[in-house]
Design a binder for this molecule. Sequence first.
Ligand code: PEP
Length: 260
Amino acid sequence: MSGSAANARIVAGNWKMHMGPSRARAFVEAFRHPEGREQVEVLLFPPAVSLATLVDGLRGRGVQARLGVQNIHPEREGAFTGEISAEMAREAGARFILVGHSERRQIFGESPDDTARKIAAAFRAGLTPLLCVGETLVERQAGRLEEVLGRHLDAALSPRGIRDRIHDGERFLVAYEPVWAIGTGETATPADASGAHAFIRSRLESLLGDGASGIPILYGGSVKPANAAELLNAQGVDGVLVGGASLDPVSFAKIIDGAP
Ligand code: PEP
C-alpha cells in the first residue's frame, strides 16, 4: 500500500484503559459508520474485559468494526497472574493485537525482545499484529528519528519465523507513532508523517523484500476530526491509529469520514 487514493484506508481506535463494558455498549449503540465510507477498515482495541460486549454489540448492527487487544503475554498459558495469552484473546473475539505501543515500552518496560515475542505469539494464535514504532521528543531533537525507527523495526522483525510468516502472506501492520504526539495535542505535520512513513517503508523493504509491499503503515498521535483528513490523504499514510478521539463515537465517525 502506498497511501494512494486506490487503497482503502484503515482507522483504528486504541481505547487504552478506558471504556469498561457499559461504556463499550453505549459506544456501539451510538456509533454510525459514515455513509460512503464503507471501504474504510475500522479496528477497535478495547480493554480485554470489554471484548465480549463489543462482539455481542457489533453482531447484527451492520457495523464492520473488527476487534483487537492492547496487550498479550507471549506464552500460551501458565502461571502468569494477571496476563492473557494470544490464544485467549482470539477465543474471546480479538483478531488484532497492538504491540510495541510506547506506553507499553515506557511505562511497563516492554523490551524490543518482548515485542518480537508478542508478534510471534500473535501469529501462532492467528492474530494480526499492529506494531507501533516512534521516537521521543529528545530523540527527534537529537536527529535520531531514523535510528530509533530502524531499531524498533529491526528488533521486531529479527526473528526469522516472523519474517517467514509475513513472506507467507500473513497480515502485518505498522503504526508510526511519534511519542511526543501521543495524548499531547501535538500532531506531526502531513509532511513529517510522510517522511517517517517513507523511511519505515524502505526499512521494511530491506528487511522483507517483496513481503513489505502489502504492509499498511498507519499514523498515530493526537489524530482528531480536525486533522484526520489531511493526515489520511498524506503520501504514504495508509490509515490512522487514534487514542483519545476514538472514545467518542461521533468523533471517531468523523475521523472515518475524513478518509479518501
Ligand atoms: C495512541 O494511543 O496510540 C494514540 C495515538 O493516542 P492519541 O490519539 O490520544 O494521541
